[in-house]
Design a protein around this ligand. Structure first.
Ligand SMILES: Nc1ncnc2c1ncn2[C@@H]1O[C@H](COP(=O)(O)OP(=O)(O)OP(=O)(O)O)[C@@H](O)[C@H]1O
Ligand SMILES: O=C(O)C1=C[C@@H](O)[C@@H](O)[C@H](O)C1
Length: 301
């Protein structure tokens, strides 16, 4: 057994670096050449040593288990199921391929961009930034609701684009974007500097979450009349009809309905933020694996 484990961690002598080059994400082109190459080789070596990459069927099967208390069987050993640990391991698996690229979480209001984004940033060792908060800071502490009230939506959208432009020059950041960041094509130009992840949550679940905390801080949903759930659901449906296509521009989609189905849950509300964050990292990994092959000129090697 020990010999088998040792063999899994052994560095193979037949490694052909050009094989790896073809798997590199396009984003690494943005790095100065030296840093790029250092990161690339360190990342690829680590990735190659990741035991989970050779046992994905085992780990994903287990992480889709409906029973959170079930044991995680991996590499011949039994560990107690620990969502935080799985998230950390998945993040370590994907990180070498990111080359510092930031993550942009997009999704409707209340979809969990802040909650899930904070978990992802911690697991990846990234910083977390909230685009709405950056706008408020740029406006000397004026809240989003006040900006809408005093300056109107179009002014707010301009500030949102300014904030995304600034964010797009940063690395190693998980960004929670505003729910409407997807509607301006220019914003996608900035978000595509990193990797965008759409948290796709059923409207009923969103309306429940929003009704629970109230709509005061969400000007597009705020309405004095009617019960909070019904008002939120109605407004969310209208907004969804205008935006659903825009959300699908994201590089990766995290469907709560799909995760709940995989895990055998009846309702998406049974999912924990950690389970959603694990799926988000998995989807980023799939995106990177499918990302277009990067052409490296001969002189670059
Ligand atoms: N998986 C979850 N299950 C239940 N409640 C959740 C989940 N994720 C987030 N929430 C709750 O839903 C509300 C909205 O979450 P969060 O602030 O993370 O969303 P958001 O997408 O950042 O929202 P906004 O775009 O409006 O700022 C919060 O009260 C949060 O605690
Ligand atoms: O969905 C939206 O358009 C918005 C979402 C919030 O995050 C804020 O950016 C603002 O309230 C607008």
């Amino acid at each position: 057994m020990e010999a088998a484990i040792a063999q899994r961690f052994q560095y193979p002598s037949w490694v052909d670096w050009r094989e790896f080059e073809r798997k590199l994400p396009r984003g690494s082109l943005r790095y100065p050449q030296r840093a790029k190459e250092e990161k690339r080789f360190r990342g690829l070596a680590l990735a190659h040593l990741q035991p989970e990459r050779r046992n994905r069927s085992v780990s994903s099967e287990v992480s889709c288990s409906a029973d959170n208390s079930s044991a995680l069987l991996e590499a011949g050993s039994v560990y107690p199921f620990d969502g935080d640990l799985i998230l950390k391991r998945k993040a370590e698996e994907v990180k070498p391929f990111l080359n510092g690229r930031s993550m942009y979480l997009v999704g409707m209001m209340g979809s969990g961009k802040t909650t899930v984004g904070k978990l992802m940033s911690k697991a990846l060792g990234y910083s977390f930034l909230d685009c709405d908060t950056l706008i408020e800071e740029a406006m000397n502490g004026t809240s989003v609701a006040e900006i809408f009230e005093h300056h109107g939506e179009s002014f707010f959208r301009g500030k949102e684009t300014d904030a995304l432009k600034k964010l797009s020059s940063m690395y190693d950041v998980v960004v929670s974007t505003g729910g409407g960041a997807v509607i301006r094509p220019i914003n996608w130009k900035y978000m595509h500097k990193g990797i965008s992840i759409w948290l796709d949550v059923p409207l009923e679940a969103l309306a429940h979450r929003i009704a629970a905390v109230g709509t005061n801080s969400r000007p597009l949903l705020h309405d004095e009349s009617g019960d909070a759930y019904t008002v939120a659901l109605k407004r969310l449906s209208t907004i969804w009809n205008e935006r659903s296509e825009a959300y699908s521009n994201a590089n990766a989609r995290v469907s709560l309905e799909n995760i709940a189905a995989k895990r055998g849950y009846k309702d998406v509300s049974d999912l924990t933020p950690t389970e959603i964050a694990i799926e988000a990292v998995e989807q980023v990994l799939s995106f990177l694996e499918n990302e277009e092959t990067m052409e490296i000129p001969d002189g670059d090697l």
